[in-house]
Structure formats: structure tokens, C-alpha cells
Ligand binder design. Sequence first.
Ligand SMILES: C[S@@+](CC[C@H](N)C(=O)[O-])C[C@H]1O[C@@H](n2cnc3c(N)ncnc32)[C@H](O)[C@@H]1O
Length: 312
Amino acid sequence: MQQKEKEILNLIKLKNEEITKLKKELNEIRTLSITEEEREKEKIQREKTFNGLSAKEWAMLSRSVWNDVSSARKEKHISHGATFPQKLAERVIEMYSKENDLVFDPFVGTGTTLFAADKLKRNSIGIELNEEFIDYINQEKNNKQFQIIKGDCLDKIKKICNESIQLTFTSPPYANLLLKVQDDRTNRHKHSKIVEDNNSSAKPYSKDIKDFGNMSLEDYSKNVLKLMKKIYLKTKPGGYNIWVVKDFRDSQNNIPYIDLHSLIANLGEKAGFKYHDLIIWDQNEQRSLILLGYPSVFYVNQNHSYLVVLRK
Ligand SMILES: C[S@@+](CC[C@H](N)C(=O)[O-])C[C@H]1O[C@@H](n2cnc3c(N)ncnc32)[C@H](O)[C@@H]1O
């Protein structure tokens, strides 16, 4: 039975990949079949827009729920444990910046934002505390022009010029919440498939006290606010600041829901940004469902993240 299930899941995955490929081909055919007049019209539109998109591209990218941004994970992604897909970074960069703009990631990890920015001809700067992750970036950097700064983003951000950033795109650590959730899961479900099946590879990034992943929620909030204020100063008027976060439960302390995305949005607003938009990144296709609270309390699986879009 399990074998049959695996076969079907594999088949679904292959079919989905096929559909994505066909959609891409269809788009290419449509692009090729547009008339010279339409091409000229699109060129004029691209020159007018702040992000270099035509009206059609603009409309196509304006969905509020995304389920088509996963990309294959390499060894470095698995080893880091909390990277986002390059496709996700590329989509955001295409929407909120244009060629030669400056893109910034204060928690750059394995450099996903930098590689995406380079592919789309944007300049970019990333800060990372953990040397191990910087090594991953350098292994693949070759002659790419982006800049990596080692150290604490709260301090190193001073190296960036005021009002120079068009887009900040980042996924921050989640205070020490992730560790609590991980402990809890491992202790309660020691030998169960719940832990294995959920691909839960969350682990501390470092032992450094400056690591946002080692802070209590209270210290974390204070430091995120400090960072938001500094990002505000460095952002161009009209520029964007987008944080990818997931909401949580802390069942050890009997807290059923921690609304992290609202916390981030509020701290951004306190720092001066406008809460501009909220995008849902649906990850149900990439995650197995786990049994939560059974048989007495019903919880849903939080299989999505939020992109909190702030604007100066
Ligand atoms: C969720 S991960 C980012 C992953 C990244 N988006 C990627 O795709 O690889 C958060 C990163 O923030 C780093 N970090 C934590 N505290 C930091 C700080 N104070 N300054 C700079 N980086 C920090 C961690 O080492 C970790 O790599």
C-alpha cells in the first residue's frame, strides 16, 4: 500500500513538473507570436514602470497566493536548514526592483537573495553572522559582483549608504522559537514518523549571542525594531522591505499560536514603514501533513509562510 502511495506521489510530482514546463513553453510561444506593434507597446510600458515590467507581466505577477515558487534544494540548503527557494527570491526581485537597483539581505544565509539578484542584473549586498554559510556562498560566487559582509547586521548595516536600497528581501531567524518547537517535536515524537516525515531540519545557526535565533522573544522584538529603523534609513523613498516569516505554536508553554508575521509588520510600522501588502506562500505541496493535537484538540498544519511587504 505504502509503495503504491509513493508511486502515486511521484507521478503527481512528475505531472506537476510537466505542467510547469508546458506553461513555460506556452508563454514563450505567446511571446514569439506578438506583433511588432505589440512589442513596441510593451517596450514603452517597460520604460515607464519602476520595475521594468510590461502591463501584462505586472498583471501576471499580482497573485496574492503563490504555490509555484519551489526549486530544487542543494546540499548547502539542506545543511543550513532554513533557506528559501531561489525562485521565490527571483519573483520578489522582479516585482519590486529593476536592473542595476540595489537589493539587500541582512540575514543572507547561503546567499539565495544574492544569486537571484545577480541573475536578474541587480546589485546586491548581504550580511551573515555565520562564517560557515559565507563559505557556501564563496564556493559558488566565481566572478559575480555581489558583496558579502561578515558580522552582525545590526552593526554592519552602517557600511551601506543612506537611501540607497530599493529592496530588502530577507527571511529572519525566529527568535529561539524554532528551537523550542524542534525540542518539543523531537521529545514528544521520539520514534515516530512525524519527525522524520516533516523534513524538520531546524537547528541553531550558531551559539553567538548576536544571533537573532538565540534571543528570547522580548529581546528579539527589540532588536528587530532596531534593525527595521536602520533599514528604513538605508532605503530609498518608495523602496520596499519584505520579510518572509511563518507563524508558530509553542506547545511546551501552551501557546497555541504565535502570530509572528503581525509582530514583524507592527515593528516595521513602528520604524516608519507603511504596511503595504501581504502575500501567502503556500507550501502544502512540499510538506507532509502531521497529526496535531489528536484526539482532543484540533490544529491545522501551518504549511504556509507570509511575505510581509513594507514600503518607505
Ligand atoms: C532563515 S536564515 C536565512 C536563509 C537565507 N534566506 C537563505 O536562503 O540561505 C537566517 C540567517 O540569519 C543569520 N543571522 C542570525 N543572526 C544574525 C545577525 N545578527 N546578523 C547577520 N546574520 C544573522 C543566521 O546565521 C542564518 O543564516
